[in-house]
Write a protein that binds this ligand. Structure first.
Ligand code: S3P
Length: 442
């Protein structure tokens, strides 16, 4: 999972994108469905599971800790859970590949089980900070030895019974929230996470769906208190994973930018804690219609019809950042072709994603001839007003799937082709990205 051969590819000015596509399952929900199914007592079934490398890393890890996990068909998986408290000690290091979500959430699970696990990952993941989960999990009693700077490789020695904790999140992070809640699953009493800024709530929804005793209380200022009663018994479920809005994002922006496009993207998850990009693009003038709004697997879903639009620059309210935290790279590409200035702030978390997404996007945008300025916590972009950008550059993807896909979309609206040095990382979250793009161009 960690070693891949580089796969460079060029993207050039595109004919109109036309047609209907279905995007793969949501990455966040896929990870959680495997983890909770593996902790339930009995057999769960998941359909629509994202079969990207990140989720496969979670599947392999849960298998190594005792769960029976089998693939029955395309996106269809059957999981035999071991029960909360009964995870087995893995015999080898858990290879997390590129996946921060697998690492942080699984560290939470191991922390309150009487087992020891070593976590390793690729160069990108090994540069990312784990101190944010090491702190609360250590307070719950786990003994964690990490590489310098709180990084991978690291070893978690769990404590059972662990010590319940009330933890106020120091940064808006669903991964940290989820790590503490998952540790709380096998901890006696009540574990509480205090969340001043709401982040994606898939863990809360799914824990409840599996029968955990979880409550959410919201203060008048919006601060959320999420409490879980530990030593839970989870009941097996049938889960339908909706399409990933963070994957849909690339085709939404591509359809808005490529003249003459008209694309329908089926089954897109629109949980309000994830739907920021659609709202921002609509406010920029994007023609995005929500069709057949419905519920799938306890999550709001709709089909999106997206037509080419003239976009206007916008000042983005930092309050919406958590609801589109993974969508800024592709939003920056949209801004590069909008009319006028787009200003973003409050994006410091982007510096600790699969790459430093502010620095890498600023460098790439400059390389393709867009007008961009980097500040400490955001980018300021002056768009072309709809004209193609010059392009004609090679972009270093830095093992970051979303950087690769963002500049692939930029290539579709560039005068000279844009080359991505390595498209292999795209398989972490969106294995059929290029195939779907080619289908819409045909
Ligand atoms: C995720 C949370 C986000 C996001 C990541 C997936 C999750 O990270 O960037 O791609 O599944 O919980 P943070 O919670 O660290 O912001």
């Amino acid at each position: 999972m960690t070693d891949q051969t580089a796969r460079p590819r060029r993207f050039s000015a595109s004919a109109p994108l036309k047609g209907r596509i279905a995007i793969p399952g949501d990455k966040s929900i896929s990870h959680r469905s495997l983890m909770l199914s593996a902790l339930a007592v009995g057999t769960s079934r998941v359909t629509g599971l994202l079969e990207g490398h990140d989720v496969l890393a979670t599947a392999a890890a849960m298998r190594a800790m005792g769960a029976g996990i089998e693939r029955w068909g395309d996106g269809e998986w059957v999981i035999d859970g071991v029960g909360v408290g009964a995870l087995l000690q893995p015999r080898e290091a858990l290879d997390m590949g590129n996946s921060g979500t697998s690492t942080r959430l699984l560290m939470g699970l191991v922390a309150s089980h009487p087992i020891t696990a070593t976590f390793v990952g690729d160069a990108s993941l090994s540069g990312r900070p784990m101190g944010r989960v090491i702190d609360p999990l250590s307070q719950m009693g786990a003994d964690i030895s990490a590489s310098p700077g709180g990084r991978l490789p690291l070893m978690v020695r769990g404590l059972a019974p662990a010590i319940p904790l009330a933890y106020r999140l120091p940064m808006a992070s669903a991964q940290v929230k989820s790590a503490v809640l998952l540790a709380g699953l096998n901890t006696p009493g009540i574990t509480e996470v205090i969340e001043p800024v709401p982040t994606r709530d898939h863990s809360e929804r799914m824990l409840r769906g599996f029968g955990a005793d979880l409550s959410v209380e919201t203060e008048p200022d919006g601060t959320r208190h999420i409490r879980i009663r530990g030593e839970a018994e989870l009941k097996p479920q049938t889960i339908v994973v909706p399409g990933d809005p963070s994957s849909a994002a690339f085709f939404i922006v591509a359809a808005l930018l490529v003249p003459g496009s008209d694309v329908t993207i089926a089954n897109v998850g629109l949980n309000p804690t994830r739907a920021g990009l659609v709202e921002v693009l609509q406010a920029m003038g994007g023609d995005i219609a929500l069709l057949d709004a419905r519920e799938v697997g306890g999550e709001p879903v709709a089909d999106l019809r997206v037509r080419h639009s003239a976009l206007k620059g916008i000042e983005i309210d930092p309050a919406v950042v958590p609801s589109m935290v993974d969508e800024f790279p592709i939003l920056f590409i949209a801004a590069a072709l909008a009319e006028g200035r787009t200003v973003t702030t409050g994006l410091d978390e982007l510096r600790v994603k699969e790459s430093d997404r502010l620095a890498v996007m600023a460098a790439g945008l400059q390389a393709i001839g867009a007008r961009v300025e980097e500040s400490e916590d955001g980018l300021i972009i002056d768009g072309t007003g709809g004209d193609p950008v010059p392009g004609g550059a090679t972009i270093a993807g830095h093992l970051d799937h979303r950087i690769c896909m963002s500049f692939a979309v930029a290539g579709l609206v560039s005068k000279a082709p844009v080359e991505i040095d390595d498209m292999a990382p795209v398989a972490t979250s969106f294995p059929n990205f290029e195939a779907l793009l080619e289908g819409l161009q045909a």
